[in-house]
Design a protein around this ligand. Structure first.
Ligand code: ZN
Length: 54
């Protein structure tokens, strides 16, 4: 199964038995690759620590 990362647009092959496919199925949302997922998590941590500029 070919999916495309909704953030960087990189196409990736996700096997039906893989952890990523299971995660995708459960979330039902758009696919986000590992690299972007890590970046999003890191950004979320940082934005919760530092006040957002208005
Ligand atoms: Zn990505």
């Amino acid at each position: 199964m070919e999916v495309r990362c909704s953030i960087c647009g990189r196409p990736e092959t996700v096997e039906k038995w893989s952890e990523a496919h299971e995660r995708l199925r459960q979330s039902g949302g758009p696919y986000v690759c590992d690299a972007c997922q890590r970046r999003v998590q890191r950004d979320a941590l940082q934005s919760s620590r530092t006040p957002r500029p208005l």
